[in-house]
Ligand binder design. Structure first.
Ligand SMILES: CC(C)(COP(=O)(O)OP(=O)(O)OC[C@H]1O[C@@H](n2cnc3c(N)ncnc32)[C@H](O)[C@@H]1OP(=O)(O)O)[C@@H](O)C(=O)NCCC(=O)NCCS
Length: 231
């Protein structure tokens, strides 16, 4: 994934996780729940979520961004930082993604799903939400950089029509690895709203199959033909 700030230092994750239930608690809640589904809430991240974001960043990227980097995104009117939460007990962050709007482009700067809950549709759900946010902002294209060796992420982006437009040689300072530059255009084409609606439906079905019940609490307009309850 791109580092907007080109910061590859390993940041110790915050030890201040008192407000967050542990991941085993989520697992227990899932196992012991009378219902076969667990609520999964999609909503914007706020300052109070920063310790959890840093923990998940550490787990998924080995410390890509600092607290100050995430704070800058939260404070910026040009960024959308979204999280997926399991609201058991208090709440647990299980995924997050960020986009940075610049000119007519949405730069997807971060996308992560907790390792315990991968391959269940969390990544797709976050990516679709970011694309919807980009659409709502009137942006024309989405772009991102991804490690050439990150086949999981590359396959995810391919599913949503991202195409490779170039390669930045030696982009990642930690390993000297190349970054692939991916693009998705046509976000403001008339049919894109329908495409978003279809993706939303498919991702929600995938989550349901994996035992999640998605609740979306974003201040975004739903794409035409899509009827999730939103604030
Ligand atoms: C990339 C990442 C966000 C995907 O999250 P996820 O919740 O597992 O993704 P999903 O369950 O929504 O999977 C969607 C698609 O991604 C691809 N994919 C994800 N994990 C994969 C894997 N281990 N192997 C092959 N394909 C994979 C598949 O195409 C998958 O669709 P499918 O299951 O129908 O085949 C997650 O692996 C992650 O956080 N990785 C570490 C951080 C990172 O690399 N982020 C991306 C930086 S660009």
């Amino acid at each position: 994934m791109v580092s907007r700030y080109h910061n590859f230092e390993n940041n110790p994750c915050s030890s201040d996780s008192r407000d967050w239930v542990s991941f085993p608690s989520v697992q227990r809640a899932r196992n012991l729940s009378n219902k076969s589904v667990t609520l999964l809430e999609l909503k914007p991240l706020t300052d109070q979520h920063l310790p959890a974001v840093l923990e998940l960043d550490q787990l998924c990227f080995g410390g890509l961004w600092t607290l100050a980097d995430y704070q800058r995104e939260l404070d910026s009117p040009n960024s959308d930082l979204l999280g997926l939460f399991v609201p058991v007990g208090l709440q647990t962050l299980v995924g997050f993604g960020c986009l940075w709007a610049i000119l007519e482009e949405a730069h997807i700067t971060v996308l992560a799903a907790h390792p315990h809950y991968r391959r269940q549709g969390l990544g797709q759900t976050l990516l679709i939400a970011l694309l919807q946010a980009a659409f709502e902002r009137g942006l024309e294209r989405a772009t991102l950089e991804v490690r050439a060796s990150n086949s999981s992420a590359c396959l995810l982006y391919q599913q949503f029509g991202f195409k490779t437009a170039g390669r930045r040689r030696g982009y990642y300072q930690d390993t000297g690895e190349d970054a692939l530059i991916l693009w998705l255009s046509g976000l403001q084409h008339p049919e894109f709203q329908q495409t978003l609606a279809t993706w939303h439906r498919e991702a929600e079905q995938r989550l349901t199959t994996a035992g999640w019940n998605l609740e979306v609490n974003l201040n975004l307009l739903p794409p035409e033909g899509y009827s999730l309850t939103m604030d």
